[in-house]
Design a protein around this ligand. Structure first.
Ligand code: ADP
Ligand code: MG
Length: 371
């Protein structure tokens, strides 16, 4: 166990690292941020910062020597960096969680191997596999890069007449890709779960996620789905963390189909944007829970104290901070990012309603202003 007073090393310097560092501070821990960019959202609230590339071996070694455990807020940290650090300190979650979650084909193969469902998919890696995928998946479909996609980037929708070869070599630059059948989505939900090193797990209530332009716009907690479907989403997430021997928080994004099936879309092996509502609405936030798992403390209660709506402040949305700050019901979070850019997550705001009441519809700003 890492006792309070110890130092948690965080790879990645964005808003997830910032909220982890704030939760760690509340429990008496210090955080040391490793990021290629100086002065980011996490470093602004952390005790120490290393500014270096993820393949800078000397910097990684010094960082590993300065911390008691290492975690990630960003899943695309090179596996080699994690493997090097793991020789010095506990790395939680381990390299396996990141390896599985990093590649869309490997991720779907993995969850199918656990008996969970996904939309039909096939790899697109050369002309032969592209032809086979085209035949197998048909249209409508979505072509995605296998790695490094986020917020809808690295994806092309393919309708009836669209040529797979053109889209793959054009928009995706011929990089290894996956062709997925377009799922008949009724709504999108996610399940956030934590696993401790001793195998204890704790799930938060599944939530509904609404996206605008491929970016999460609103999360409603709890998701308005049947108790059976909610239990099944949680059970799936728990199966995944056990199979990965994951330590820490993990999020599973799922589709509920129009015919009531649950399909796994993707895994994020870390705290997740769809879990931000837990800061105000749960006994233990996803960030405090992750700190507990990383440090070997008992997991906290995931009980929901209120219903919640979380709205991301994307790009120019953040300019409305004065109005939000004046709303007594709004729990405003700003990430300290210097430059506002379209599509950039600048902050979020959470509104609560009492248990039993419907989740609040975010009163402001309206979703259509998000772009
Ligand atoms: P990202 O890593 O960018 O979040 P996702 O795979 O989650 O990538 O895709 C982003 C969004 O695109 C999803 O939340 C969903 O709305 C839509 N989408 C992705 N894949 C499919 C699919 N196979 N069928 C229908 N919609 C999809
Ligand atoms: Mg996603």
């Amino acid at each position: 166990m890492i006792a309070p007073g110890g130092t948690i090393g965080i790879l990645g310097g964005g808003q997830l690292g910032r909220m982890l560092a704030l939760a760690a501070a509340a429990l008496g821990y210090r955080c040391h941020i490793f990021s290629p960019e100086p002065g980011g959202p996490a470093a602004q609230v952390a005790a120490a910062e290393t500014v270096a590339a993820y393949d800078d071996r000397a910097a990684l070694h010094a960082f590993g020597g300065a911390v008691d455990a290492v975690t990630v807020e960003f899943e695309n940290v090179p596996a080699e960096a994690l493997e090097r650090l793991a020789r010095q300190v506990p790395v939680r979650p381990g390299a396996r969680s990141l390896r599985v979650a990093r590649n869309r084909v490997g991720e779907k193969d993995f969850v199918r191997g656990l008996g969970l469902q996904t939309t039909p998919y096939a790899p697109v890696e050369d002309d032969g596999s592209a032809r086979a995928a085209d035949r197998l998946i048909g249209r409508p479909a979505i072509l995605k890069t296998q790695t490094l996609g986020y917020d809808g980037k690295g994806q092309v929708a393919l309708a009836g007449g669209d040529d797979l070869h053109d889209a793959w070599h054009g928009e995706l630059g011929g990089r290894p890709a996956i062709l997925e059948a377009l799922a008949p989505i009724e709504r999108e939900v996610s399940a956030v779960v934590a696993r401790a090193a001793d195998g204890q797990v704790a799930s938060f209530d599944p939530v509904e996620n609404r996206h605008v332009n491929g970016i999460l716009d609103v999360t409603l907690a709890p998701a308005d789905i049947s108790p059976a479907l909610a239990a099944s989403a949680q059970a799936g997430a728990e199966r995944i963390v056990h199979a990965l021997e994951h330590v820490g928080v993990l999020c599973v994004e799922l589709f509920v189909t129009v015919d009531g099936r649950l399909l796994v879309n993707e895994i994020a092996p870390r705290v997740h944007n769809s879990g931000h509502w837990t800061i105000e609405a749960c006994e233990t936030s996803q960030f405090a829970q992750h700190v507990r798992a990383v440090c070997g403390l008992p997991l906290g209660s995931t009980a929901r104290r209120a219903n919640a709506a979380m709205k991301n402040l994307v790009g120019a949305d953040v300019e409305h901070w004065r109005t939000l700050a004046a709303d007594p019901a709004a729990h405003l979070h700003l990430y300290g990012k210097a430059d506002t850019r379209p599509g950039r997550k600048m902050g979020h705001v959470t509104w609560l309603t009492p248990l039993g009441a419907p989740p609040p519809e975010p009163p402001w700003p309206p979703s259509k202003t998000t772009s």
